[in-house]
Design a protein around this ligand. Structure first.
Ligand code: PHE
Length: 369
């Protein structure tokens, strides 16, 4: 057993990796033996909300780093969406590329459920890359702090359509800022990733009259592309496709010092989390005159809908209003960036920090006599 314990130095390094996080929990699943990381970045505005990512990582360090980044992004996402929720994320670090299924998957999800339950409601999970509504039902066998179980199991179901809807609203604000009109009809839009969110978004864009160029690493997605009447490009060429708006809808880290010079678009805006490899990449985009819509604003539709229905029990119109409100928030971010001569990335971070501060003040006001 002793061999499993980290040294004091390792524990300290973990803890100081980001002094800004409230808690980083790293456990080895009792049943599965797999490393599960729950990062709580902030609960200042309320219980942290953020999905459960199940993915293969080269090692535990990379998984912890991803959890920290994703959790911090959720604090910004939830604050910018006006939600009384902090930010957190679960990362399940699979030791191999293939995803567990059957009894192995159930054991893993029960381990995740126990880990979340031990946090006593400070964190609520939901689906993310590698997990879906059916998995939430299994997690829900061990904890009540889970969103997006299928409707027949008492949850609000798949959140990806709502993330896609929120993204569509955001693209209207992007078109307005870049081309002077929110109209998407006639624009050429490149969608990278036709998964749960990207596939639905591509359908919404097609209905809105956009011309589509699409790609996915799964060759089977070609059929979906053909049904949409979209032009297929290989994943390697998608980044450099000549489009009006490029939409990252797959894994993060797409925008780097290496990829930004290759872009041939006026704007980049999509639902993928953590698109910039480092914050400085936002300056490279700005220097090339490419408008970037911060993913923390664009991708909030899923968490807005799930928490609205399941945790706040909002009427449908209120949740719908928050979804279209994504466009208003984005317009405000662009305005701040323009006024201050900064980037949308910095403007969004500032606005999020301000919303957390103001939210905390108004929360303490609410409990004062
Ligand atoms: N995983 C999604 C996100 O990161 C959506 C989600 C999170 C949905 C938490 C419900 C609860 O925003």
């Amino acid at each position: 057993m002793t061999a499993e314990l980290v040294t004091f130095e390792e524990a300290l390094a973990l803890n100081t990796l980001s002094p800004s996080h409230e808690l980083v929990q790293v456990v080895r699943g009792r049943r599965s033996g797999i490393a599960i990381i729950v990062a709580l970045h902030s609960t200042a505005l309320g219980p942290a909300a953020g999905g459960c990512r199940i993915a293969h990582y080269p090692g535990p360090g990379a998984a912890v780093a991803d959890a920290l980044r994703l959790a911090a992004a959720m604090t910004e996402k939830n604050a910018l969406a006006g939600l009384r929720h902090g930010g957190g994320k679960t990362v399940v670090a699979l030791p191999a590329a293939e995803r567990p299924s059957g009894a192995e998957r159930t054991a893993l999800l029960h381990d995740v459920g126990d880990t979340i339950q031990a946090l006593g409601g400070r964190y609520v999970t939901g689906p993310d890359v590698g997990s879906g509504p059916a998995d939430m039902t299994v997690i829900g066998e061990r904890t009540a702090h889970v969103c997006c179980r299928p409707v027949e199991d008492g949850g609000s179901g798949d959140s990806s359509l709502h993330t896609a809807r929120g993204t569509l609203a955001a693209l209207g604000a992007v078109a307005q800022e870049a081309f002077g009109s929110p109209e998407l009809r006639g624009l050429t839009v490149g969608v990278i990733g036709l998964g749960a969110v990207g596939g639905r978004l591509a359908r919404l864009l097609e209905r809105a009259g956009a011309r589509l160029i699409v790609t996915d690493t799964a060759p089977a997605a070609r059929r979906a592309a053909a049904e949409l009447g979209a032009t297929w490009v290989d994943p390697d060429d998608a980044l450099a496709a000549e489009v009006d708006i490029l939409v990252p809808a797959a894994l993060g880290g797409l925008l780097t010092a290496h990829t930004v010079p290759r872009l041939r678009c006026a704007a980049v805006a999509g639902p993928a989390n953590n698109q910039l490899d480092t914050p400085a990449t936002a300056e490279l985009l700005a220097a090339r005159g490419i408008l970037w819509a911060p993913d923390v604003v664009v991708s909030a539709g899923g968490v807005i809908h799930a928490t609205g229905v399941e945790l706040r029990h909002e009427p449908e119109e209120e949740t719908a209003g928050r979804l279209t409100g994504i466009a208003d928030t984005l317009r405000e971010v662009f305005r701040i960036a323009r006024d201050q001569g900064s980037t949308p990335a910095r403007a969004a971070a500032e606005l999020a920090a301000r919303r957390v501060r103001e939210g905390v003040l108004s929360l303490s006001g609410e409990v004062a006599p």
